[in-house]
Design a protein. Structure first.
Length: 235
């Protein structure tokens, strides 16, 4: 009887925590509607991504009914953020930030640089579709960065890597080995590549700059560590 009482007491004490966990999961699994999207500020959008990455790193991702989300978003979408990421198979934005169907726009290209096509996509995602934040997400050990560092020549890849060369040039004064064998140099170029992409978005898009100046959008850089899964924001 004593054991049973303790068990019942434990359940009573745990009940609020169970209820809170269920409520948190319910909130995370709710799809974004236009009204819900409008209520999110740029800072809150970034906070959601940061919290999601913390869950990802801790192994506490939220499990949702994805088929239910497919049906709920079939006729419309209202993502709260946009991620510009690399095509690397180890850095899927929705998983890294523990987001789900309809939560984020994702523009992926080797080396996570921005060009006219990517910028146009981001203008649609923000000005037209209402996303509140843009995150340019680089990652460690990036093959595209290594290719640009080593001046790789291969078909259309040659022209694509030219988009990353400004980040290599930005580190011309680096004193050590400036090849892909030097992990420290590769990472410095990756960091510069993210920073230049953020800068380029503000310089080349009057649409995005207007949203930023009005406080309706934030554009930041971030770096994903492949060895830990952790994302460090740089802005």
């Amino acid at each position: 009887m004593l054991t049973r009482r303790y068990a019942i007491g434990s359940l009573v004490l745990a009940a609020p925590f169970i209820a809170n966990a269920a409520l948190a999961q319910s909130t995370e699994c709710a799809v974004f509607t236009p009204d819900r999207q409008k209520a999110v500020t740029p800072d809150e959008a970034l906070a959601r991504l940061k919290a999601g990455n913390e869950r990802f790193v801790a192994g506490k991702t939220v499990n949702c009914d994805l088929l239910a989300q497919v049906k709920a978003t079939a006729s419309s979408q209202a993502p709260f953020a946009t991620i510009v990421g690399c095509i690397d198979s180890r850095v899927p934005p929705e998983l890294v930030f523990d987001q789900r169907i309809g939560d984020v726009f994702s523009a992926r290209i080797a080396g996570n640089f921005v060009n006219t096509d990517i910028i146009g996509s981001l203008e649609f995602a923000t000005k037209v579709a209402g996303a509140r934040a843009i995150v340019v997400l680089g990652h460690s050990e990036c093959g595209a960065i290594k290719g640009a560092v080593d001046d790789v020549r291969l078909g259309n890849l040659t022209a694509m890597l030219e988009n990353i060369k400004p980040a290599v040039a930005a580190n011309a004064s680096y004193a050590g080995d400036k090849t892909s064998k030097n992990k420290a140099f590769v990472q410095k170029v990756a960091d510069s590549n993210v920073a230049l992409a953020v800068e380029t978005l503000l310089k080349r898009s009057a649409v995005l700059k207007e949203l930023v100046d009005a406080g309706q959008l934030k554009i930041v850089g971030a770096m994903h560590d492949l060895s830990t899964g952790k994302v460090t924001f740089t802005g």
